[in-house]
Design a protein around this ligand. Structure first.
Ligand code: PGA
Length: 250
């Protein structure tokens, strides 16, 4: 049985004070008995302080991005070691906003995934099609290319440290969620693809999250689909109540 994993991607939101306030409310609302894994991904500037608040709680922390090089003259970038030094166990890579706004390619995402896994970070690897690609009927081609190129050179052993987040780009921040069936179809396609690239054991153990306008009122119908093992939540994770509502559905 795969455990459900709910992650909150705070994106470029929350000052240090606001971050402390939000994570404190999440911790208080959760208690100690969570049946799913809960991950918060605050902005870089809040990681260290959020980490001191989540110590001895079930909440884990991730970053929203990193650079693949170890150190050096890369102004504005953050390395895997830096993330680990402030308490990150996870890192989101390949988010569609990184791909679209910051021109990240499958190749650069692959470099980042390799670097993160080398340092034993758990990677939340995002894939998903644009609306025009879905309308053209090429969703699985797009997702397949993103996964094949993004995971190129990754070993089966390292796949235990990879979570795939399927996020149809047209559903991110738009209020339009994929129907449970649309999401399930792509999730099951992804699991079959992973079985072909790696093995059925890797595929069976792989956590595949859905992301794109997940809210407390649509979470349970998504999360009860056979191949949906959790959610990557954007907008709805910025308020403790709605994030806790999604966790409760899981
Ligand atoms: P959303 O974002 O929940 O606001 O649609 C999801 C994401 O971008 O990870």
């Amino acid at each position: 049985m795969r455990k459900k994993v709910i992650a909150g991607n705070w994106k470029m939101n929350k000052s240090l004070n606001e971050s402390q306030e939000l994570v404190s409310k999440i911790i208080n609302g959760l208690g100690n008995d969570t049946k799913c894994d809960v991950i918060v991904c605050p902005p870089f500037t809040s990681l260290s302080e959020v980490h001191s608040l989540i110590k001895n709680t079930p909440v884990k922390m991730g970053a929203q991005n990193m650079y693949h090089e170890e150190s050096g003259a890369y102004t504005g970038e953050i390395s895997a070691d830096m993330l680990i030094s402030v308490g990150c166990e996870y890192v989101i890579l390949g988010h569609s906003e990184r791909r679209a706004i910051f021109n990240e390619s499958n190749k650069s995402i692959n470099n980042k995934i390799k670097a993160a896994l080398n340092k034993k970070l758990i990677v939340i690897f995002c894939v998903g099609e644009l609306l025009e690609q879905r309308e053209k009927g090429i969703t699985t081609d797009v997702v397949s290319e993103q996964i094949t190129k993004g995971l190129d050179g990754i070993s089966s052993e390292n796949m235990s440290k990879v979570i795939i987040a399927y996020e149809p780009v047209w559903a991110i921040g738009t209020g339009k969620t994929a129907t449970p069936q649309q999401a399930q179809d792509v999730h099951s396609f992804i699991r079959e693809l992973i079985a072909k690239i790696f093995s059925s054991v890797v595929a069976d153990n792989l956590i595949i999250q859905y992301g794109g306008s997940v809210k407390p009122d649509n979470a349970s119908e998504l999360l009860t689909q056979k191949d949906i093992d959790g959610a990557l939540v954007g907008g709805a994770c910025l308020k403790a109540d709605s994030f806790l509502g999604i966790i409760a559905s899981a």
